[in-house]
Design a protein around this ligand. Structure first.
Ligand code: 1GP
Length: 252
């Protein structure tokens, strides 16, 4: 079964899935193996690995370490061309559709696609939208793009429909790592009404209640990263797992 099929099955069986984003630079206590094992025990649905700016080297080694400690899907969420590894299960093949920076619309994809194909790494075509909820985030600064304003759901809907029409598989709406605010439920619901692509939501989510509200609005996947870098994570992971999966039952 491909990783994409696994994701669709998670969505089908559990209503929605919960992914932990690992920035290899920032794992709590520096103990990646323990972190991955405890997240797996907490029944999260998979891992994303990446960051807007990773300063340490050994990206491939880190992916292998994560893979050795979980049987869950491990997907690259690339912040740059240097974040490609054949050891992952798949890579989110991101196109930064909310921006108008040609490097992130086609330039980097042209460089990366032949490498990914040669590696036989599964690529999941993803329409990535940055949403501006407050202060400037690393993703906004590093990508040199303007985010879609959080109070403009109609603009986000038009981008989502464009991604669907182009033939992308997944939408990822991101407020950016450590964002002050989260993606508004009104925006998620508007996209879910007009577009059938699965929606991943990340950026600034800190509580199970917030995660549950995103799922109730129409999100298929919830991503959190920063909270696990900041605090004891095991209990919180379980609570978010429960909130995401329970909320899915309420919705369906
Ligand atoms: C960032 O969506 C991810 O790209 C996760 O955001 O680190 O704020 O949870 P946080």
């Amino acid at each position: 079964m491909s990783t994409w099929q696994r994701l669709l099955k998670i969505r089908q069986d559990r209503g929605a899935g919960y992914f932990i984003l690992i920035d290899p630079d920032k794992v709590e206590g520096g103990n990646l193996a323990d972190f991955v094992r405890s997240a797996t025990e907490a029944s999260v649905d998979g891992f994303l690995v990446g960051g807007s700016l990773i300063l340490s080297d050994g990206f491939d080694e880190r992916i292998r370490e994560i893979k050795q400690n979980t049987s869950l899907p491990v997907m690259i969420f690339p912040g740059s061309l240097f974040q490609i590894s054949s050891s992952a299960d798949a890579i989110l093949f991101l196109v930064l559709i909310s921006g108008r920076n040609p490097d992130h619309l086609i330039g980097n994809q042209v460089v990366a696609a032949p490498i990914i194909k040669k590696m036989q790494l599964e690529a999941i075509s993803t329409g990535y939208m940055l949403i501006g909820t407050g202060k400037m985030t690393s993703a906004e600064f590093m990508s040199n793009t303007k985010p879609i304003p959080a109070h403009k759901p109609d603009i986000a809907v038009a981008h989502a429909i464009a991604a669907e029409t182009i033939g992308m598989k997944l939408l990822y709406l991101d407020a950016g790592s450590g964002a002050d605010g989260t993606i508004p439920e009104t925006m998620i619901a508007a996209i879910a009404r007009h577009c059938s692509l699965p929606i991943a939501i990340g950026g600034g989510i800190r509580t199970p209640e917030e995660a549950a509200r995103k799922v109730a609005a129409g999100a298929s996947f919830i991503v959190t990263g920063t909270i696990h870098e900041e605090q004891a994570h095991r209990e919180l992971m379980r609570e978010i797992v429960d909130a995401v999966h329970k909320q899915s039952h309420v919705r369906s």
